[in-house]
Ligand binder design. Structure first.
Ligand code: ASP
Length: 314
């Protein structure tokens, strides 16, 4: 009897948030970007590669694309600077690596992976992370590489508004609801899960602001016995709701399916929050859960026995 084909799966997202003119104008490019990322991750899995390598490859594609808010194309903070956050987690060992407030590193997700695999630390921030990147000869790029015309225009618009406004603008007003954070979850042939998330943060945020994407349990989580999750949306809410870990807890303790757990945490437990939240989730059997409360979440998957799927709106 031929050996049963093992299931492999990759799910990716390109951020939850409001619809925008920019998004509508570049819909095809967003779909192509997601497809490219899905294929990059799937190709790793199809060659018996690990879930960790698959989620890294998928996110690298999205970090290299100028239309997503991660790596190149990152949102600019209130000082017009790029500060990137990223995390990766291996569901087999439950080890993780994360970076925050990172500048000039072409692929923050690869630096997070190097921290997970090659250091005794789990989380490095700012100049310490950059110093480590230089020591291991990670690809670096000048500031100009990361700053796209679109993100610069968004920044310039806000600066102009603030200049003309006489009242002080509260931090939460400054956080616009345009998100393009990226993430991936994968299941490999050996039954291992992994998750990764990478972002330029929220536009015009105060310098030094760190969101959920690099916070294990909030925007990223993987545990072979439960699921792998990557979150997106207003980071302050994902941190408050410990979103990724809450979804995994519903699976572990309430015996919910991945879809039920995503729906429960996003639409019931957090139904009162006034912000965008979304998540992609995958379990060991290859079941996929996707939920978001925003107008759109760019997302897609490719998995054994399923037709490849890409969608932006509900
Ligand atoms: N969650 C990210 C952050 O708050 C933003 C996003 O998902 O677009 O940094």
């Amino acid at each position: 009897m031929p050996a049963k084909q093992k299931r492999i799966a990759i799910v990716v997202h390109g951020g939850a948030g409001e619809d925008s003119e920019f998004l509508r104008k570049h819909k095809k490019e967003y779909e192509k970007g997601i497809e490219k990322a899905m294929n990059a991750g799937y190709n790793v899995l199809a060659k018996n590669g690990s879930a960790v390598d698959a989620v890294e490859q998928a996110v690298i594609e999205l970090e290299n694309s100028p239309i997503f808010n991660a790596g190149r194309g990152s949102a600019l903070n209130a000082l017009g600077q790029v500060e990137m956050d990223a995390a990766i987690m291996d569901g087999k060992t439950m080890n993780s690596g994360a970076v925050a407030l990172l500048q000039n590193v072409k692929n923050p997700i690869s630096l997070a992976k190097a921290i997970m695999l090659n250091t005794k630390y789990r989380f490095l921030g700012a100049h310490g992370a950059l110093d480590y990147a230089k020591r291991i000869h990670t690809s670096l790029e000048p500031d100009s590489y990361f700053i796209t015309e679109y993100q610069y225009d968004e920044y310039a618009k806000k600066v102009k508004e603030e200049f003309l406004d006489t009242k002080e603008i509260a931090l939460d007003e400054i956080n616009q609801r345009y998100h393009g954070t990226v993430g991936a979850v994968a299941l490999d042939e050996d039954g291992n899960l992994a998750a990764s998330t990478s972002t330029g943060g929220t536009p015009n945020a105060k310098e030094g602001r760190i969101g959920d994407s690099c916070v294990i349990g909030a925007g990223c989580y993987a545990n072979n016995d439960r699921c792998a999750i990557s979150g997106t949306g207003d980071g302050e809410f994902l941190i408050k709701s410990v979103l990724a870990h809450s979804i995994s807890a519903c699976i572990a303790y309430k015996k919910m399916s991945v879809q039920e757990a995503c729906d429960y945490v996003i639409f019931k437990e957090n139904k009162k929050i006034d912000g965008d939240i979304g998540a992609i989730c995958l379990d060991k059997a290859g079941n996929i859960g996707i939920a978001f409360n925003s107008e759109r979440m760019i997302r897609g998957y490719k998995a054994t026995g399923k037709r490849p799927f890409i969608k932006i709106y509900k």
